[in-house]
Design a protein around this ligand. Sequence first.
Ligand SMILES: Cc1cc2nc3c(=O)[nH]c(=O)nc-3n(C[C@H](O)[C@H](O)[C@H](O)COP(=O)(O)OP(=O)(O)OC[C@H]3O[C@@H](n4cnc5c(N)ncnc54)[C@H](O)[C@@H]3O)c2cc1C
Length: 284
Amino acid sequence: MKLPFILAKRFVAGEQFESSVPASKALNKANHQLTLDLLGENVATKSEADASVAAYIKVLDGIKEYELLSGISIKLTMLGLDIDVEYCADNLFQLLEHAEKQEQFVRIDMEGSAYTSLTLDLFKRAHERFGPKHVGTVIQAMLHRTKEDIAECASMGADIRLVKGAYKESPKRALQKMSDIRDAYNAYAETLIQHTPFPRFGTHDDELIRSVREYLAHHELSYNRVEFQMLYGLREQGLSDLNRLGYPTRVYVPFGTDWFPYFSRRLAERKENIWFVISTLFKR
Ligand SMILES: Cc1cc2nc3c(=O)[nH]c(=O)nc-3n(C[C@H](O)[C@H](O)[C@H](O)COP(=O)(O)OP(=O)(O)OC[C@H]3O[C@@H](n4cnc5c(N)ncnc54)[C@H](O)[C@@H]3O)c2cc1C
């Protein structure tokens, strides 16, 4: 049974690219850059993965056509990572060739820990070929392995979005306590600021945002050495306040018909989001 889109409207900009354009334009006008994300994950057949590549290419073209200040985020399981790694690599490189030609940027989102090694391996190949101007990835502070991954990404000068991690992981693989995850996040944020030209911080957490800001101030680094990123529909005021202070800001704008897994993760993260959804039902 497909749930009605009105439930997800708070967190998802539209079911089609065109229907997400007005929200994207408004966010650009408010001085935020964007990351458009065509929702979907874990495709099981090559025809679905081929369709995803074609759809992502149309998104890149749409961004150009509508003159949006936006890159895209992709999930490798949507490009066939579950089917065959080399096939997925071909799809990724095809997409990156298109992005490179049009001077655009593709970020490889990070999925659950079963995919971390595969994702980072493909990212490194893509980084070597297309460079940080066209491709970046995401690192999850909660994973134990991140200590090594962050050092490697920093030494490559990679374009990294640092997040806590949205997937449920076992204690064997990941930190479980919020205070431990925050400590790890702050340590990794410092490594990225020290070693990479322009780290991106994807969080709505004021404690983490404050730590990054204090670190920059303490080391007399300029506001535009980092970017703060938040998800569409969450903490708009907070992001605008950061923007007004002079920090570069970016909104992650998901759209598409396959919104249910993304929507469920937002509800699981924060009980207040359930109230957003309920209130949406009454604001038609
Ligand atoms: C731009 C972006 C991209 C992301 N990409 C990925 C990815 O590729 N892979 C991945 O695994 N995860 C990704 N995530 C999700 C991320 O891993 C976290 O699951 C998610 O951001 C929740 O953690 P948080 O630090 O934002 O705050 P939380 O841990 O949810 O909350 C911590 C505190 O922050 C404050 N806060 C949080 N939300 C709100 C709110 N809506 N309003 C007011 N205060 C709030 C509250 O004080 C709260 O107690 C991404 C997140 C962002 C912002």
